[in-house]
Design a protein around this ligand. Structure first.
Ligand code: CUA
Length: 187
């Protein structure tokens, strides 16, 4: 009796192990293929973004000392300046809870390279209706360019929760006609 019982236990053990080596469940193999394809596509997308679309981590030339940079040029005089015909750069300081300056006035058609850094904590810098949406990390300079073709007001928001008055941390890019821009520059 006892011998028979142990035999049947062995048999079922064998049955189980032979089932395991017979093949992978089709659902499981499907998910394995899917998860490998997912990781492969993420790797491909990150490579395309990094090598062909300019998504890079900041280099040494994009580092500042968060404790001193606001008193050093060009950050000590933040704002917009023309660097070539129709091309501008703007230095903006993102700090609790404002942007310095809060408003950038640019002429329509201008290509503006915006450089932003923070002397205190992490902030966000998003310009509505553009591709500009950056993390602002103390010690690093975030840079993106945009050509403002259409006149109008483009609100700027801090997109990173940065404390009590985070919701008041906003500004605007005001895109005006070239004539209006020239008149303001003279006045
Ligand atoms: Cu700065 Cu939210």
């Amino acid at each position: 009796m006892a011998g028979k019982k142990s035999k049947s236990v062995n048999a079922s053990k064998h049955g189980a192990s032979s089932k395991l080596t017979m093949g992978i469940d089709p659902f499981e193999s499907g998910w394995i293929v899917f998860s490998i394809a997912l990781v492969a596509s993420f790797a491909a997308l990150v490579s395309i973004a990094g090598f062909f679309m300019g998504f890079q981590i900041v280099g040494a030339d994009q580092e500042v000392d968060p404790t001193t940079f606001t008193s050093e040029a060009p950050w000590s005089e933040p704002g917009l300046r023309e660097i070539a015909d129709g091309e501008y750069e703007a230095y903006v300081i993102a700090q609790t809870w404002t942007f310095v300056p809060r408003e950038l006035v640019v002429p329509a058609g201008a290509k503006v390279t915006i450089k932003v850094s923070s002397p205190d904590i992490q902030h966000g810098f998003k310009v509505n209706d553009t591709n500009i949406n950056m993390q602002i990390v103390p010690g690093q300079v975030s840079v993106l360019s945009h050509t403002f073709e259409v006149a109008g007001e483009y609100p700027i928001y801090c997109t990173e929760y940065c404390g009590q008055a985070h919701h008041q941390m906003y500004g605007a890019v005001k895109v005006v006609s070239q004539a209006e821009f020239d008149a303001q520059a003279e006045g």
